[in-house]
Design a protein around this ligand. Structure first.
Ligand code: AMP
Length: 347
């Protein structure tokens, strides 16, 4: 059990930070949020917060004096900053893990090296585009770092399209489009000596943004087991601590390709708040703060819908039944496709 003066520091103040903070409060863990944005709903729930740039050494120094350990709600904090902070304070998951996973190319090399399948990919070389194989298309070009919700992604049907495109630099990965039958994700929680997996979740995306998650995923038991086993294997190889989400493409022939690993709580896991004995948020807090592990058990089936952009107004007006749980993140700015809330229906 952490001491009375224990404070959990969290980088990031969005909805994931807010839901982590609420879970921490339930466990009587004090929190301090560090965020670079005034529009950070988590700051209203935390015991303390700092608003500053992730590069502001002065403010970061104040932050580490206030907190006992650090975790994060998003993976795009510069590695060099975390590595420096780690000299003085424990950070979970480890910055080294973040370094591997925040770069789409090193993430895929790591996975392929441990014989886990990914999409076919190449690093962009602007002066070699004409040598690309026609069979490699169609593709998505994604920024190697700092992309999310389809940001920094461009679709190319064929070679002539990409040759005409003006890339600002070579910091892109080219990924062959996968003709998948489903997208699924597995959330795991890794404690010091134990790793538990939540049941696979089925995810429906449109324009590269998650719209809906369904639990359990409509897949057969072989795929279900395989997806959990791969996620646990990844966590073991990374010597992981905390909650992590592995996103997969399921192909018609049963192949599971890892699309992405999120070293944090994940949008697809929001439904665990209302359909599990322990949510992904509570699991993460328990794991990084070294509290008693709880094995996640699904108690209900669930469907979660994201409220994006102006759609939030419709969600706010809707009357929820006693099987529906609406979360309004309380963000100040309503911008197109921004994640502003979600609704989970259990059954
Ligand atoms: P990402 O930012 O890589 O998670 O991509 C967001 C979403 O875009 C995915 O969940 C898929 O729906 C779609 N997507 C990304 N990469 C590919 C790919 N190589 N093939 C097909 N769809 C993809």
């Amino acid at each position: 059990m952490p001491s009375k003066n224990f404070v959990l520091g969290i980088f990031g103040g969005g909805q994931l930070g807010k839901l982590l903070t609420i879970a921490a409060k339930k466990l009587k863990i004090k929190t301090c949020i560090y965020t670079n944005s005034i529009d950070s709903p988590a700051i209203y729930y935390a015991d303390d917060f700092i608003i500053g740039s992730y590069l502001d050494k002065k403010k970061l120094n104040i932050f580490i004096k206030k907190v006992s350990i650090i975790t994060f709600e998003f993976e795009n904090i510069p590695f060099s900053i975390l590595k420096n902070l780690e000299k003085n304070i424990p950070i979970f998951p480890k910055p080294e893990i973040l370094r591997t996973l925040q770069n789409r190319i090193s993430e895929k090399f790591f996975l392929n090296n441990i014989k886990i399948k990914t999409t076919k990919f190449k690093k962009l070389k602007r002066n070699k585009l004409k040598f690309l194989d026609n069979n490699f298309f169609p593709i998505l070009a994604k920024t190697i770092n700092f992309g999310y919700d389809g940001k920094g992604q461009t679709f190319f049907k064929n070679k002539s399209e990409i040759i005409k495109h003006k890339f600002p630099n070579d910091q892109y990965i080219l990924e062959k489009i996968v003709n998948f039958t489903k997208e699924i994700s597995v959330i795991i929680v890794a404690y010091e000596n134990k790793i538990f997996a939540y049941e696979p979740i089925e995810n429906l995306h449109s324009e590269q943004i998650l719209r809906q998650s369904i639990s359990p995923a409509r897949i057969n038991s072989n795929i279900n087991e395989k997806a959990k086993t791969i996620a646990i294997r990844i966590a073991k190889r990374l010597n992981y601590r905390g909650v992590m989400c592995v996103e997969y493409f399921l192909k018609k022939n049963g192949d599971l390709l890892v699309n992405e690993i999120a070293p944090r709580v994940h949008n697809s896991g929001h439904l665990t708040l209302d359909s599990y004995n322990v949510s992904q948020f509570e699991s993460h807090i328990r794991s990084v703060c070294n509290l008693q592990p709880i094995q996640p058990k699904k108690i209900k089936n669930a469907v979660m819908k994201n409220a994006l952009g102006k759609n939030i107004y419709k969600f706010r007006e809707r009357k929820s039944s006693n099987k529906e749980f609406f979360y309004d993140y309380g963000k100040m700015y309503v911008t197109e496709k921004r994640k502003l809330g979600h609704l989970t229906k259990v059954y």
